[in-house]
Structure formats: structure tokens, C-alpha cells
Design a protein around this ligand. Structure first.
Ligand code: EPZ
Length: 422
């Protein structure tokens, strides 16, 4: 087992290019199943979740190959298998997109229930509600989601929650459905828009992505395409917060500044300087970080996927800060590990009260999920002495060689085999 070992106390300085968006990639790769020809997808992050999904598509009969680390060439004309029950499916939550894509193309799908980060219940009732509205019969049996439809017909669907996964999954299932599908209370995240744009470039007719109402007009088929996915809002935000936490000055390149607005605003409120260019931004930490209240919301609000990283930043800010998690019902499990570094955080349900500035000291900690792992890295960067982080596999699911990027910014971080002395 590998660990990341960080010796803290160094300011991050310099510039890095942000990778392609994980949550766009894990939606667009399954969407390839809907195409009848060859798709070339560029700017993919080379992360575990992408490799797992490409492996799954290959097992379904899709001819996949990487032209380079970040470019996938996929020909799904030969896909005939509608049963995805491989180990690779269980590894990630985004496997559920295989249901929408297989159901959309073949009228049937049988997919192992998804895995992914464990922070509270992560139901899929809204996905099922959408598939059933389109005319599918859906049941869960022997750990599989089984969906079948003699014919998919467009329908109005009002989501009880603005679910990212349900919005994208219904879009995928509705692409060829007869007539018009309307998704109301749709999620507006950048990766929802990116997936809609990918479908449209192949000939789909998806309108309104990025707003509360998405309309999908069924089409007979989709053609070849070349597509470049958007930069990763969460990776960019993670490095912005790390720069602020270490009092450094970091420029993030190849980004969409608009996607970062809620993070830029919050860091500015804390006293940091955030300066934007056309496709980059520069964050400069403040000598004294001010306490703030952070409330996670669906896009364009503050992203829940940056809540753990922000909580660590607030631990090293002065005064009392409040973090309200409104998207998931149990996303503070990582606080136990943060306390090993000396963080002073009290949890009350979906609210965390943070007392700062805490004097962090290095410790052995374990990542409980992907973004919790990123938060522990930031904690290690701020702590006196060495921090050793276990369960690096979680971090590798969402960040491409994070230690290389951080080292290039001056961090003392290395990946070691567990049996090696840390
Ligand atoms: C996506 O998860 C992301 N994952 C998550 O990122 C992200 O935290 C989340 O959206 C919110 O932005 C991927 O895109 C692969 P949701 P998803 O459906 O689709 C409830 C990361 O670190 N809900 O928008 O599972 C649900 O319980 C990961 O990159 C239902 O009630 O999130 C939650 O409270 C972690 N019924 C809320 O909606 C449903 O059918 C938002 O969930 C679906 C969801």
C-alpha cells in the first residue's frame, strides 16, 4: 500500500496547469456508448476512475485506446453487451451512467450497483424515477440495477433534488426517446453542461443545460465526434485553497474562471487576493486569514466537493468559522482524521464549528474518501513536521499525480511504499 508523506511549513509558489474535469470525464466516457462511430475525447484526466470506466467499456465491446495519456479514442459501434457486472463497475459511483447509456441505446441495462465515496446515504431514486417516466421497468436484484423498456418515450420529469447524477443519467437515457423529455429542477453543474455539449456535438438535441430546465428532443442516432472536456473546477479549487492555506502565490492555468466564482469570492472574503485572466487565475494567501461562514450549495453555490479542503483552511484562519453542508447528510467523517493534526472542529449534524488558528503538527492519518484525502494533504502542508497519509488510492481516483503538481509548487511531498520508512 502506498502513502503520501508531507513535511509541512513551505509556502506554495509557482504555476500549474489544471487537468480535465473528473466528473465530466466519468459522464462523457459512458455516453460514448450512445455513439455509433468513433469518439475522440481530449483533456481527460489520467486518473483511476477514467481507467476503470475505459476498462468497463472495453469489456462491453467498445474498442478503446489512449492516443496519449489524456486522449481516448473509442469506437462503440461493436458494443452489444448490456450487462455490466465487472469489478471495475463497483469501484466508482459514476458507473450508474452505464444504465442511462445502455438503456438509451439498447432499451435494456443490467449494471452492478455503484460504489464510490461513502459519506451518508447516496440513493438513486431520482435516476429510477426518470427511467420509469421514460417507460422503463426498473428493479434492483442481486445487487444489480436492471432496466428494460420496449420503447422509450419522452416525458416530463420533475426532480425532487437537483441531482447531478440523475440529471445526466436521464439525459443519456432520453437521447433517442421518441418525443421530448423535460427535466425540471435539473442540476446546473459545469459537468452537466459539458456532457450535454458532448451529446449535442454528436447530433443530439439537448437544450437548456446549465439552467433548471433541460429539454431533450429524441433523435434517431448519433455520429462520430472529437471533443475536449472542461477543466476540473474541484482540482482547481483544491490548489487555490492549498495556496491560501500555505500563504503562497499560485497561478492555475487552463481553467474557466467563471466556474471558480464561489471559491474566489470566499477566499477574497478571507483576505486573499484572487486575480483572474481569460483562462487562468492567481491566488495569493493573506498574512492573517479571516474567519467566514461557508455553506455548500448546488452550482453556482460553493461546491460540496471543496467542503473538506475549505474546512482545513478555516482551521488555520483566525477566529470562529462555520461550515454548513447542505448537499450530503454525513460529509464530516474526515474531521476525526483532521483532529490528529490538531484541528479544532466541533460537529453538530450538518454544521461544523471551526476554531482557529490551530497550530497543526504532523501525524499519521488516513483518507476516508477522495476529497477528505485532499483536505489531509492541505493539512499536512500546513503542519509542523511530517504527515503520512494512508488510503492514497482514494486520492488517485480524482487527482492525477497530485504529488508532482504540489512538488512543482515547492511542497515537500513524496509517495512511498508503506513498508518504506516514512
Ligand atoms: C456527483 O455525485 C459527484 N460525483 C460528486 O462528486 C458530487 O459531490 C455531487 O455530484 C454533488 O455535486 C460525480 O459526478 C461522479 P447528486 P452524485 O446526485 O451524482 C441526493 C467527487 O468527489 N440524491 O447530485 O451522486 C444525494 O443523496 C464526488 O468528485 C437523492 O436523494 O450527487 C445528495 O444528498 C463526491 N436521490 C444530493 O442528492 C438520487 O437519486 C446530491 O447528490 C440522487 C441523489
Amino acid at each position: 500500500m502506498e502513502r503520501l508523506v508531507i513535511t509541512g511549513g513551505r509556502r506554495l509558489n509557482g504555476e500549474i496547469s489544471v487537468n480535465g474535469a473528473k466528473n465530466a470525464a466519468v459522464a462523457i466516457i459512458p455516453a460514448v456508448i450512445l455513439a455509433s462511430g468513433v469518439c475522440v475525447i481530449e483533456n481527460l484526466p489520467y486518473i483511476e476512475d477514467v481507467v476503470s470506466l475505459v476498462d468497463t467499456l472495453t469489456r462491453l465491446g467498445c474498442k478503446c485506446g489512449f492516443r496519449d495519456r489524456h486522449t481516448l479514442v473509442a469506437d462503440s459501434s461493436g458494443v452489444s453487451e448490456t450487462q455490466a457486472a465487472f469489478d471495475s463497475v463497483r469501484k466508482l459511483r459514476a458507473s450508474y451512467y452505464l444504465v442511462g447509456a445502455l438503456l438509451g441505446r439498447f432499451g435494456e441495462a443490467s449494471v452492478t450497483l455503484p460504489g464510490g465515496c461513502n459519506f451518508g446515504t447516496r440513493p438513486i431514486d431520482q435516476h429510477i424515477k426518470g427511467f420509469e417516466a421514460l417507460g422503463a421497468e426498473v428493479r434492483i436484484e442481486h445487487g444489480q440495477i436492471i432496466a428494460k423498456a420496449a420503447k422509450l418515450r419522452g416525458a416530463p420529469i420533475y426532480l425532487d433534488v437537483a441531482s447531478v447524477g440523475a440529471t445526466i443519467n436521464i439525459m443519456l437515457a432520453a437521447v433517442f426517446a421518441e418525443g421530448t423529455t423535460v427535466i425540471d429542477n435539473a442540476a446546473k453543474e459545469p459537468h452537466v453542461v459539458d456532457c450535454a455539449n458532448f451529446l449535442n456535438i454528436m447530433g443530439a438535441r439537448v437544450k437548456g443545460a446549465g439552467t433548471d430546465v433541460i429539454k431533450i428532443q429524441g433523435v434517431p442516432g448519433l455520429h462520430d465526434c472529437e471533443y475536449t472536456i472542461i477543466p476540473d473546477q474541484i482540482e482547481c479549487g483544491t490548489f487555490m485553497i492549498a495556496a491560501a492555506a500555505t500563504g503562497g502565490r499560485v497561478t492555475l492555468k487552463n481553467i474557466i474562471p467563471k466556474h471558480m466564482d464561489s471559491i474566489s469570492a470566499k477566499l477574497s472574503e478571507m483576505g486573499c487576493s484572487v486575480r483572474e485572466g481569460a483562462d487562468f487565475l492567481t491566488v495569493e494567501g493573506a498574512e492573517r486569514l479571516k474567519p467566514v461562514t461557508v455553506k455548500t450549495m448546488v452550482y453556482p453555490g460553493f461546491p460540496t466537493d471543496l467542503q473538506p479542503q475549505m474546512t482545513v483552511l478555516l482551521c488555520v484562519a483566525g477566529g470562529t468559522s462555520i461550515v454548513k453542508e447542505t448537499v450530503f447528510d454525513n460529509r464530516f467523517q474526515y474531521i476525526t482524521e483532521l483532529r490528529r493534526l490538531g484541528c479544532d472542529v466541533t460537529i453538530d449534524g450538518r454544521v461544523a464549528v471551526v476554531e482557529g488558528p490551530a497550530k497543526l503538527t504532523g501525524a499519521d492519518v488516513t483518507a476516508t474518501d477522495l476529497r477528505a484525502g485532499a483536505a489531509l494533504i492541505i493539512g499536512g502542508l500546513c503542519a509542523d513536521g511530517a504527515t503520512s497519509i494512508g488510503n492514497v488510492k482514494y486520492i488517485d481516483r480524482g487527482y492525477e499525480t497530485i504529488e508532482h503538481n504540489l512538488s512543482s509548487l515547492g511542497a515537500d511531498i513524496k509517495r512511498v511504499r508503506a513498508e518504506e520508512p516514512t
